[in-house]
Design a binder for this molecule. Structure first.
Ligand code: AMP
Length: 358
């Protein structure tokens, strides 16, 4: 057990790191953030920031020396640095988990080997092979880069009329994954935390609505029957167990009209679709991460209210005065100076006494 008073390292200085550092502070931990950015959202609330690249060995050494345990707030960190770090200080989730979740192909292979449904998919390693692969899977498909994609970046939907050359260039990578397009009823996610002793806890499945490929709203709970909700949680628990996860994992899923679930993506870190837990649960996702990686007992994930979380993206941040004037709106701002299009500036959660229908 790593007791309160110890120091947690966080790779990444964004809002997820910020809210993790805030949760850590509430439990009496210090945090050190490593980020290439000066005045990052996380560095505004942490006791110390190391401003350096993620592959800077001297900076990683400094982090290892200062910290009792290290975690990360995004999965696109160079694996080499994290693997090196894990030889010097405990890193959770492990580099093995990071390696699987960094690569869409490895991730889908891992999930399907567990007998969990995904959409039909196939790797494509050259433009020359794209036409055949798309033919095998059958249009419409989504072509995605296997690495570094997020918020719809590195993706192209290929419909009957789509030119393959245009799609390949839009994907912008040398290797991709072709996925059968899923005609889903809605998208959902389950966030699971797991401890070193194998105890695991899920937050209730939620519905995620996107605009321009970016999460726009999370509705809690997802409009699922109890059977489907139980199946969604069972999937998340099975994946966490198979990964031997220590920490937090978000499992993104498609929910088909008949209630069938298909796993789309894994994120081994706090997730935007879990921000509502800050205001509506006994334990937030951020506190749960801190508990999991320090070996404290996990907290209760009980939901005290239904909720709708709305992201404030780009100039939507200009609405903050009116949100702040609503005494029941829980406003969270990330301390980012400049509002660029697509940039997550904050979020607002509104709570509804249970039961609540949306
Ligand atoms: P991802 O980066 O994989 O989370 O994809 C971003 C968004 O694109 C998802 O949240 C979906 O809205 C959409 N999407 C991704 N893959 C598929 C698919 N195979 N079929 C339909 N929509 C998809």
């Amino acid at each position: 057990m790593i007791p309160p008073g110890s120091t947690i390292g966080i790779l990444g200085g964004g809002q997820l790191g910020r809210m993790t550092a805030q949760a850590a502070a509430s439990l009496g931990y210090r945090t050190v953030v490593l980020t290439p950015e000066t005045d990052s959202p996380a560095s505004q609330v942490t006791s110390q920031t190391i401003v350096a690249g993620y592959e800077d060995r001297a900076a990683l050494q400094q982090l290892a020396d200062l910290c009792d345990v290290v975690t990360y707030e995004f999965e696109n960190i160079p694996l080499d640095g994290v693997t090196w770090l894990a030889d010097h200080v405990p890193v959770h989730p492990s580099p093995r988990v990071l390696k699987i979740c960094q690569d869409r192909l490895r991730e889908k292979d891992f999930v399907s080997r567990l007998g969990i449904a995904t959409t039909r998919y196939r790797a494509v390693t050259s433009f020359a092979a794209l036409a055949d692969t798309v033919g095998d899977i059958g249009r419409p498909v989504v072509l995605k880069s296997t690495r570094m994609g997020y918020d719809g970046k590195g993706q192209a939907t290929i419909r009957d009329e789509t030119d393959l050359g245009v799609a390949w260039r839009q994907m912008g990578a040398a290797i991709g994954i072709v996925e059968r397009f899923v005609d889903f009823a809605y998208e959902a996610s389950v966030i699971v935390a797991r401890n070193a002793d194998g105890t695991a806890q899920c937050f209730v499945p939620v519905e995620n609505r996107h605009a321009n490929h970016i999460l726009s709203e999370t509705h809690v709970p997802a409009p699922m029957t109890p059977d489907v909700a139980a199946a969604a949680e069972a999937i998340a628990l099975k994946i966490a167990e198979a990964l031997e996860l220590i920490g937090l994992l978000a499992v993104e899923m498609f929910v088909l009209p008949d209630g069938q679930l298909m796993v789309n993506e894994l994120a081994p870190r706090p997730h935007n679709s879990g921000h509502w837990t800050l205001d509506a649960c006994v334990t937030s996702q951020f506190e749960q991460l801190v508990r999991a990686i320090t070996g404290l007992p996990l907290g209760s994930t009980e939901r005290l209210a239904d909720a709708v979380m709305e992201n404030l993206i780009g100039d939507e941040i200009d609405k903050w005065p009116e949100i702040a004037a609503d005494p029941r709106a829980k406003l969270h701002l990330y301390g980012k100076a400049e509002a660029r299009p697509g940039r997550k500036m904050g979020h607002v959660t509104r709570l509804y006494p249970r039961p609540h229908q949306t």
